[in-house]
Design a protein around this ligand. Structure first.
Ligand code: AMP
Length: 293
C-alpha cells in the first residue's frame, strides 16, 4: 500500500472509527475548529472549512496507512505505533487514551520475576513488544498471539501468563491476575508520515500544530477572576507565582479591584483557600477553549 506521488493538496487524516480514542479525537478536531459531520456513517469524511479529509479506520491499521503515505497524519495509540515499529514521526503526545502494556501472571502462582518466565508461554496481541521486552531481560519465552480476551487464557491453560493493555487494572484483578512489569506506557499520539509532503500540505500541518498546541495549553489552564481589596493585590500575586501580570480592573467600590488571570488547572484548588484568606472574594474559575501564546 503505497501512495506513489503526493499530488493531492488535500490533507488526509486517519482516526479510529469507533473505539476508545474516537470521541476524544473528534472533540479535539472540533475544538481546533475543524468542521465535519456524519463521521459515524462514512469511512471518509470531507471537512467543511479546511482542505482536509478524515479517514475512519481500525486503530491497528492507522500506523501503516500513515507510514505508507496513504494518510498524512494519524491519531493513534503509541502502543500500535510501537508494536508495528512504524516508520512515522510522532508530532505530539495528546494525553488521552492513556494505558500501559504490562505482563501479568496468576496472582498465587510462581511467576514473579522476569527470570521465572524462562520457557513459559505468554498470550498477547503485542507479540513484537513482548518478545523484545523478554529478550532484553535475557529470557526466552513462547508467544501465543490472541486478538481478544487475552486475560482468560491462563485459566484456560492456553498460556502461563499474559501481556496486555491495562489502564485501571480492574480486568486483571477480576481474572485473578497480578500485574508484574510494564513494557511500555502509552497515550494517543499525533503521527505524521515520513513521506515527502507538498509545501501546501506541510503548511496546513504547521497551521494545525499551532491550533493543537493552543487547544492542549487551554485544556491545562483555567481563567480565574476574583475581587480583592486594592492593597492585597501584591499578596495575592505572591500566592500564584505564575500570575506575573494579571489584569487589574477597578470596581465601583474604589478600595476594591477585580483580578483576572490564567492559571494551571489544579493550581486553583491548591491556592483557593489561601486566596480567600488573603482577602479575595467572588472567585470564579472558567474553562478556556483555546490559547495561542
Ligand atoms: P478499542 O479498540 O476501542 O479498545 O481501543 C483500543 C485503543 O485504546 C488501544 O490501542 C489503546 O491505544 C487505547 N486504550 C486505552 N486504554 C486501554 C485499555 N485499558 N485497554 C485497551 N486499550 C486501551
Amino acid at each position: 500500500m503505497n501512495r506513489t506521488k503526493d499530488s493531492s493538496t488535500s490533507l488526509r487524516i486517519a482516526i479510529q472509527k469507533s473505539g476508545r480514542l474516537t470521541d476524544k479525537t473528534i472533540d479535539l478536531l472540533h475544538g481546533i475548529g475543524v468542521e465535519f459531520d456524519n463521521y459515524k456513517r462514512n469511512l471518509m469524511v470531507k471537512t467543511r472549512n479546511f482542505d482536509v479529509e478524515l479517514l475512519l479506520l481500525r486503530d491497528d491499521d492507522i500506523p501503516e496507512y500513515v507510514q505508507d503515505g496513504v494518510c498524512d497524519l494519524g491519531f493513534v495509540g503509541a502502543n500500535e505505533v510501537l508494536e508495528q515499529n512504524a516508520n512515522v514521526s510522532i508530532l505530539r503526545g495528546l494525553n488521552y487514551g492513556n494505558c500501559r502494556l504490562s505482563v501479568a501472571a496468576p496472582k498465587n502462582g510462581k511467576l514473579k520475576q522476569a527470570k521465572d518466565f524462562e520457557g513459559k508461554t505468554i498470550a498477547t496481541s503485542y507479540p513484537y513488544l513482548t518478545q523484545k521486552f523478554f529478550k532484553e531481560q535475557g529470557v526466552t519465552i513462547d508467544i501465543v498471539e490472541i486478538s481478544g480476551a487475552v486475560e482468560i487464557t491462563p485459566q484456560l491453560e492456553v498460556a502461563d501468563a499474559i501481556s496486555d493493555l491495562v489502564s485501571t487494572g480492574g480486568t486483571l484483578r477480576a481474572n485473578g491476575l497480578q500485574e508484574l512489569f510494564t513494557i511500555i506506557e502509552s497515550e494517543t499520539k499525533l503521527i505524521q508520515t515520513n513521506k515527502e509532503l507538498s509545501p501546501g500540505k506541510q503548511q496546513l500541518i504547521d497551521k494545525f500544530m499551532v491550533r493543537i498546541d493552543g487547544y492542549q495549553q487551554a485544556s491545562k489552564s483555567r481563567y480565574i477572576m476574583m475581587n480583592a481589596p486594592q492593597d492585597k493585590v501584591e499578596m495575592i500575586k505572591s500566592i500564584i507565582p505564575s500570575m506575573k501580570s494579571p489584569t487589574i480592573v477597578p470596581l465601583a467600590e474604589t478600595t476594591m479591584v477585580a483580578i483576572h488571570t490564567v492559571i494551571p488547572y489544579g493550581k486553583f484548588w491548591e491556592v483557593m483557600e489561601e486566596l480567600k484568606d488573603a482577602g479575595a472574594s467572588d472567585i470564579v474559575m472558567l474553562p478556556i477553549e483555546s490559547m495561542i501564546l
